[in-house]
Structure formats: structure tokens, C-alpha cells
Design a binder for this molecule. Structure first.
Ligand SMILES: [Zn+2]
Ligand SMILES: [Zn+2]
Ligand SMILES: [Zn+2]
Length: 471
């Protein structure tokens, strides 16, 4: 239960450790761990600090703490621009203003009821936005950030090593956030998502960077195109290849469009080939292979407001995605139903799970964009193999789940063989392709809980000992 009290984080504690502020008890701490140990659930934090770096550390500690991440945090003292983005601004200058802010947030917090104990960064973001009416999630450009443009609040809420972009996109797909303004567009490395790119033109023939603009000549006798200085011979012009004397432009020679020459292979060309080089992961790629990332400002949608208060379930409005894979909710519902039919009529049922074994290697070799495309087309091919009554579900990017009513051993063997063929066909010119591990289950009358069954299947996919690698 949140108390009415305030927590003050400051390098120096006043005597007694507490004081009275805006009619509330304010507890002072000079260490975040000490605050955690106190078990206090304050209505708001105040960071009182003249050292901007220390203020930033404290702000991030609060936002990373699943128990307090969404609380109001005011700063009294110094704070950097980037860190200010994850705080609630300076301490209001009057007691009334402070009380109003805290009361407004507390009233909204009270509306949150019957909420499951989801403390994931995505759930905390919804709560954060709900507690601040009209709050907008804004991207910021920071040259020190590997991505360049990023959302400081998302980075602060993310406690593990997941990419905040992934869960932001999921919130968008689930209709929990609404797009505001388009703030920026940036091209990003397809391997690591960084926007720290260096563009350089290279020789289209040997890819050397040693290229230069030259006036060039074209010998009509032998067709040689080369920099002009290679044609000079004594006082006149002479072709270095066939020895012809070039006297009259238009009859013996002309000036071609190709005016860039390579210092390594002597190739002459019109324009160099542009290559984008990533400063973060060191990969090179063609500019056309770069990802285009649009950065929007975001606010809570009306469905997001309900979900943040625990009044509605986060769910995709559709039962199927564009590839006709069922959503997790729909899949579980169908599994549950088939288990019931199985119990009353004894119908056979097979549950098959597929997990990508080499996601990391695949993304490293092909880049994120191509890797995602490859997995999409794999899922599409796999969908084509399913019978009309079968149901598929993409649990996440690397996990597929199939529900096969009436499938016997023969059908499963056949599926395993077809899966092997699909893997063969998905092999890329780089010599790498998706490697899927397969696990299967045949539920019996003792299996009554669809959720638990699916969890068991996922567990089997996680351990290489149980799951057999197909093909
Ligand atoms: Zn010539
Ligand atoms: Zn060259
Ligand atoms: Zn990169």
C-alpha cells in the first residue's frame, strides 16, 4: 500500500532522517539500498542534489526499480537534459502545487485495481503514462547513444537486455499506445540498429577506397578509357595500350563520362559505389539495406488506459495475424476446447513446438531485416503445409506452435520430413539458414489445463536434451 509519505534522496541526511514537507512526513536517504531496506512505499520522491551525474544515477535507480518505477520523481538541484526526460521536472515551487501533483497521481493510482502483478517494463510504461494525464513519450537524439535517437524512459525502465524497441512495437500492435507526431526518421544498421553510420564511395570493381576524380580520355582505336595523364607522351597524346596518336577529338578520341579512377585497379567509372559502414558493430552494407526507422511521440490509447488500470486485458483485436497464425489467446482458447472434446470423445490431438536454434548466428550473418524476412517466409511456407483444421501460433519471433487435431505418428513423421526440406530450401548463399528444433506432445485425459500444457511444451523447446533437432 502506498503511503502519503515522501522519500527524499540526498547526499547528506539531515539529523533525525525525517522532516515535514507539505503536511507529509519526508524520509531522507543518502543511499538507494537503504531506502529499499526501509520498505517505504512513498507517494513521491524528491532528489535533492547539486551533482547532475548523481541525480541521474538516482533517477535511473528509481525507474529501474519495479516497485517504484512509475512514481513521481521531482528534482531539486542539478540534472542533465537527458536525465530530466525520465523525471517529473523540478520540485514545484509552492506547497500547494506539490500537493496537487501528488494528489492527482494518487487519485489515478487508486483507479488501478484488480491488476495482475505484471511488473514488466511494458506494464510499468502503461502505468507511468496513466499516472500522468496527457503524458507523451518522446524520442531524443543523443550522440552518445548507440542508436542516436532513443526513448530515454524506455531505456530507464528496461531492466534486462531486451530491446525496448521490441516491446514498444508490441504495445503499438496491441493498440495500447497512440501515435502522436513523427519526430524523426533515421536510417539504421541492419545488424545492430545503430544510426552511427559512415558513408563512403568505393571502386565498384575492386571495392578499394583509393579512388579519385580524373579527367579521362577514350581511345577510339582500341576502346581504352583511362585517366588523361596516362595518355601523355612527350609533347602529344598517345594511347598507353595500342600506341595510337590521339590528335583530333571526335575522330581519334573523346572525353567519356567516366571520370573517376581507382588507384588500386586502374578501373575508370562514372560514380563510385556507396557503402554504409556501421561504427558500432563494424558491418558494411549497401545504403539500400539500411533499415528506415520512424520515431514517433506516443501517448496512451483509450484501450491502454483501461489496461493500465487492470480493467481490460491487453489483446490484439484480431484472432489471426496477416499470415493466418492465431494469437496466443485464441490458440490457448482453441487448445482448451480441443482438450475438452478429447476428454469426452477420445479424439487424438498433437501439439508441436518449433524453436529457432541459431537466431543469434542468423542475425549476425544476415542482419536483422533479412533474418526477420527469412523467418516470415519460413512461417508462411509452414502454414501452407497445415491442414484446414490445424492451427498455428507464433509465440514469439523464434517460437512456433502447431495444434494438429487427429494427427497420428505417421502425420508427425511426415511433418518432420517436410520441415527438414523447408530448412534445406531456406539455406542462404552465405551458407547459413534457420535451424529449427522440434518438440511434440500428445495430450491425454490427465491434461486439462491448456496454459500449463503450452508452458510444458515451451520448456521442452528450451532444453536441447528433450527437443530433437529436425532433419
Ligand atoms: Zn588505344
Ligand atoms: Zn578498383
Ligand atoms: Zn551495426
Amino acid at each position: 500500500m502506498t503511503s502519503n509519505d515522501i522519500a527524499i534522496l540526498a547526499p547528506r541526511r539531515p539529523d533525525g532522517g525525517r522532516l515535514l514537507l507539505a503536511g507529509r512526513v519526508a524520509h531522507c536517504f543518502d543511499d538507494y539500498r537503504e531506502f529499499r531496506e526501509s520498505g517505504l512505499k512513498p507517494a513521491a520522491f524528491i532528489i535533492r542534489c547539486t551533482d547532475a551525474a548523481a541525480t541521474g544515477d538516482w533517477l535511473r535507480q528509481v525507474r529501474r526499480d519495479p516497485d517504484h518505477a512509475a512514481r513521481l520523481v521531482f528534482v531539486e538541484g542539478a540534472v542533465s537534459d537527458t536525465d530530466a526526460a525520465i523525471g517529473d521536472g523540478p520540485l514545484p515551487d509552492s506547497v500547494t502545487a506539490l500537493t496537487e501533483r501528488i494528489d492527482a497521481s494518487a487519485a489515478r493510482a487508486q483507479a488501478i485495481r484488480g491488476k495482475d502483478d505484471d511488473r514488466s517494463p511494458a506494464a510499468l510504461l502503461l502505468e507511468y503514462l496513466w499516472l500522468r494525464p496527457g503524458a507523451v513519450l518522446e524520442p531524443r537524439a543523443d550522440w552518445r547513444h548507440p542508436r542516436l535517437y532513443h526513448y530515454p524512459l524506455l531505456d530507464a525502465l528496461e531492466r534486462g537486455d531486451a530491446d525496448p524497441q521490441d516491446w514498444l512495437q508490441q504495445l503499438d500492435r496491441d493498440g495500447l499506445l497512440t501515435r502522436g507526431e513523427l519526430r524523426a526518421r533515421q536510417r539504421e544498421c541492419d545488424f545492430c540498429g545503430s544510426a552511427h553510420l559512415r558513408f563512403i564511395d568505393v571502386c565498384p570493381s575492386c571495392r578499394s577506397i583509393d579512388i579519385d576524380q580524373h579527367a579521362a580520355l577514350h581511345c577510339f582505336t582500341c576502346g581504352l578509357v583511362a585517366p588523361e595523364d596516362r595518355f601523355t607522351h612527350g609533347g602529344g597524346r598517345c594511347c598507353p595500350k595500342c600506341g595510337s596518336h590521339l590528335r583530333h577529338i571526335g575522330t581519334d578520341y573523346d572525353r567519356p563520362l567516366e571520370t573517376t579512377a581507382c588507384g588500386s585497379c586502374q578501373h575508370v567509372f562514372v560514380e563510385g559505389e556507396v557503402v554504409a559502414h556501421c561504427a558500432i558493430c563494424d558491418h558494411s552494407m549497401a545504403p539500400t539495406a539500411l533499415r528506415l526507422h520512424k520515431l514517433w511521440s506516443w501517448r496512451l490509447s483509450s484501450l491502454g488506459c483501461l489496461v493500465a488500470q487492470g480493467r481490460s486485458q491487453a489483446q490484439s483485436p484480431a484472432l489471426f495475424d496477416t499470415q493466418h497464425y492465431a494469437t496466443r489467446g485464441h490458440f490457448l482458447h482453441s487448445l482448451d476446447w480441443l482438450l475438452k472434446i478429447g476428454r469426452s470423445q477420445g479424439t487424438r490431438l498433437a501439439l508441436v513446438g518449433l524453436r529457432l536454434r541459431n537466431g543469434r548466428e542468423l542475425a549476425a550473418a544476415l542482419g536483422g531485416g533479412r533474418c526477420a524476412q527469412l523467418l516470415d517466409s519460413f512461417a508462411e511456407r509452414l502454414r501452407e503445409l497445415l491442414a484446414e483444421a490445424d492451427l498455428g501460433c507464433r509465440l514469439d519471433q523464434e517460437t512456433l506452435c502447431l495444434l494438429l487435431p487427429g494427427a497420428d505418428r505417421k502425420r508427425l513423421k511426415q511433418l518432420e520430413r517436410q520441415l527438414g526440406e523447408l530448412q534445406q530450401r531456406a539455406l542462404q548463399p552465405e551458407g547459413i539458414g534457420p535451424q529449427w528444433g522440434m518438440a511434440e506432445m500428445s495430450p491425454d485425459s490427465a491434461d486439462t489445463d491448456a496454459g500449463r500444457l503450452l508452458a510444458r511444451l515451451e520448456q521442452r523447446l528450451g532444453g536441447p536434451a528433450e527437443a530433437r533437432v529436425a532433419a
